[in-house]
Design a protein around this ligand. Structure first.
Ligand code: UDP
Ligand code: MG
Length: 317
């Protein structure tokens, strides 16, 4: 029987985890022709998420638990989870029931048809503010233009990954991980399934706009060098403008003499150029900083505890 592991990263999700498990298991119970397992990854939660995970494992032989040494962030929690899936495919799903587990059988059907990555594309996002939707859609559109890997619009991490995709991801060890991008980067046969995103079942989102902004910069710098090129072209354009302005100033001085004036224009030019230079340096800094993190070669994450499913996934006990 094919093996499928559902990987669930969770950070302070104690409020909704039991309800999540209830809905997930009722879906898994329906898929009798699959050997299912659930891997809960506790990303250094500070509430009793871990205790609940352990309790769920006691009550359900399909459940495995993995606890990271501290909060490493969702991308790394996800990586840790996927690294522990050594057999068969995996489904990635959020613990807050924003991604409906009921969609998993659809994913599985396409997986059986031979697709490698089946991802959920959000047709709607219920329970999220207008600003969040606007910034999210703006981000996906900018990404689309900048990235060398086309990252599908309005698509989160909710997806099914086949064995060869998991093996491919296992080889990608970059530290600045933008999983949505990496999932697409691997290629193979990909398919989108449209769904309606529900509001969070319980608890609160772990993201604020500052985090999202940084996440967006991570995404762009990981998958595009365009900002670096942009600095070059903005510099070229400014130089061209400066050349024209110089001609004009010079011509005027020749024709009408040169009374000492022009302090305001001088100031404007100096400040403008200074600002441009700082900005270009900042862009270089963003890339350099990431290079620095990469160069340190630290492990991506550290595992505190791992408990496999009580029943071997193949049912051998
Ligand atoms: N999450 C995580 N580590 C973090 C932040 C979030 O594992 O540092 C998990 C979280 O528990 C949830 C999923 O990632 O299962 C998505 O997080 P959230 O719902 O806060 O993000 P949103 O849906 O608002 O984008
Ligand atoms: Mg959420």
């Amino acid at each position: 029987m094919p093996v499928l592991t559902v990987v669930v990263p969770a950070f302070n999700e104690s409020e909704g985890l039991r309800e999540f498990h209830r809905r997930l298991t009722s879906v898994l119970d329906g898929m009798t022709d699959l050997d299912c397992a659930v891997l809960y990854v506790d990303d250094g939660s500070r509430d009793d998420t871990w205790a609940i995970m352990c309790a769920l494992r006691e009550g359900d032989p399909r459940v495995a638990t993995l606890r990271l040494a501290r909060n490493f962030g969702k991308e790394l929690a996800l990586t840790a989870g996927l690294d522990h899936v050594t057999e068969g495919g995996a489904v990635v799903i959020d613990a807050d029931l924003q991604d409906p587990p009921e969609l998993i059988p659809d994913f599985v059907a396409h997986w059986r048809d031979g697709f490698d990555v089946i991802y959920g594309t959000r047709a709607t996002r219920a329970g999220e503010s207008g600003l969040k939707k606007l910034t999210a859609s703006g981000f996906y559109r900018i990404m689309e233009r900048l990235s060398t890997t086309p990252i599908p619009r309005d698509t989160g991490d909710f997806r099914l990954l086949s064995r060869r995709v998991l093996d491919a991801l296992g080889q990608v060890r970059e530290r600045q991980r933008f999983m949505k991008g990496l999932f697409t980067w691997v290629g193979f046969r990909q398919l989108s399934v449209v769904y309606h995103r529900d509001p969070r079942h319980a608890g609160q989102t772990k993201w604020n706009y500052w985090k999202l902004w940084n996440f967006a910069i991570d995404g762009i710098t990981s998958f595009s060098g365009v900002p670096l090129k942009l600095a070059t072209y903005v510099g070229l354009l400014t130089a061209l403008g400066a050349f024209l302005a110089a001609l004009w100033v010079f011509g005027k001085a020749l024709l009408f003499g040169d009374p000492v004036r022009g302090y305001p224009s001088l100031m404007v030019v100096v400040l403008f150029l200074g600002g441009m230079q700082l900005m270009a340096l900042g862009v270089i800094g963003e890339y350099l900083g990431r290079l620095y993190v990469e160069a340190k070669q630290r492990p991506l994450y550290l595992v505190d505890q791992y408990a496999p499913p009580q029943r071997n996934v193949q049912g051998k006990a």
